[in-house]
Design a protein around this ligand. Sequence first.
Ligand SMILES: [Zn+2]
Length: 154
Amino acid sequence: MLGCYSVFMQKFLRIALQYANDHDYGDLEYNLCAVLVRGGSVISVGYNKRTTNAFVEHYTDLARGQRDWCLSTHAEMDAVLQARQKTDLSGSKIFVVRKRIDQTLGVMAMAKPCEICQHVLYNYGIRRACYSIDDQNFGVMKIENPANKYKQKK
Ligand SMILES: [Zn+2]
């Protein structure tokens, strides 16, 4: 899993974790932070929140039947929403961390982007996501065209 990009990736996961530590999540059960990175710089920072957003409404059919947190704003969506007016997001990468609330078992937890976020990221030209798994491990995922996924499922 640790390829030549691992130093780069760990750097931005650590930056995302710092943003998460500085953010007030209130009583939210999940504390996630996503940073969009292009050309080695952070272009936006997003946090999960309870409120819904235009993406979730757009992907209602996909969200239906999934866990209720799919109707809230995920950190990845928040990062895209904040940056999309300012800049072209294509070619950027997203780094997502989930900070544990109870840190007796470690600081970070699984933060793999859900299907709805993968749609959103793909549509904005973001093709690579890096996410925390736990304190020792992180995952890298290529964001595929969701249309191909549906074809495979049939
Ligand atoms: Zn999501």
